[in-house]
Design a protein around this ligand. Structure first.
Ligand SMILES: Cc1cc2nc3c(=O)[nH]c(=O)nc-3n(C[C@H](O)[C@H](O)[C@H](O)COP(=O)(O)O)c2cc1C
Length: 187
């Protein structure tokens, strides 16, 4: 898939087919995350991969918005050091966002749907995943083949208009976007 198509095809998927992701695709997705840039190249992340159905069902209980974890083919848990200082917390959160997005775009490239989930119950997450006391589970990324059909480029994503989001040169600066942005191919 072209990068532009992978970017336009990615959407948050919360219902998955009961079909495993081939190991080589999962490996590529995880490698995309490992290659993500991070503040000072500190790479303050570990990825715990869960594919066992009973463990996934258990993991889906860490937050009420994590129910889609239960039926995923695989879920990647992003584990990071716990920091008190806001500066550290914010920079690790930014890094984790970059790693997440790299994995999600790579997943879309392979036709694999993914969705985010926050984590509320850290004790339960720690019990299920076994990460050390000085770490926390920042996010879960459940993955699998979308139950409502393959990923396809979205023509009209549910987003604020480009003219409102992008400011050219200064706040409020306007430019007409190119045709492919105004009227992209896809559904
Ligand atoms: C930081 C972050 C946390 C999120 N947490 C959850 C969550 O706990 N559960 C969930 O179902 N979706 C979660 N989402 C998914 C968002 O709701 C989703 O990305 C947004 O609605 C856009 O969806 P779309 O890309 O399919 O248009 C989260 C997304 C982000 C970026």
């Amino acid at each position: 898939m072209e990068t532009w198509d992978a970017i336009r095809s990615r959407r948050d998927v919360r219902q998955f087919e009961d079909r495993p992701i081939p190991q080589e695709d999962l490996d590529l997705i995880l490698e995309a995350g490992r290659r993500a840039p991070s503040s000072g190249n500190q790479q303050r992340w570990d990825f715990v991969v869960v594919t066992d159905r009973a463990q996934l069902q258990e993991l889906s209980r860490v937050w009420r918005g994590a129910q889609h974890v239960a039926a995923s083919a695989a879920t990647v848990a992003l584990v990071a050091p716990s920091f008190e200082a806001p500066k550290e917390r914010e920079s690790v959160a930014y890094d984790l966002g970059q790693g997440s997005m790299s994995m999600m775009i790579m997943a879309a490239d392979r036709g694999v749907g993914s969705g985010h989930s926050a984590v509320a119950d850290q004790d339960l997450a720690r019990k299920i995943l076994g990460f050390p006391e000085d770490r926390f589970c920042a996010f879960l990324i459940p993955m699998g083949y979308p139950a409502d059909g393959p990923l396809r480029p979205r023509r009209r994503p549910n987003r604020r208009p480009i003219e409102e989001v992008v400011h050219w040169g200064h706040w409020g600066g306007k430019r007409v976007p190119t045709q492919e942005v105004l009227s992209p191919g896809g559904r």
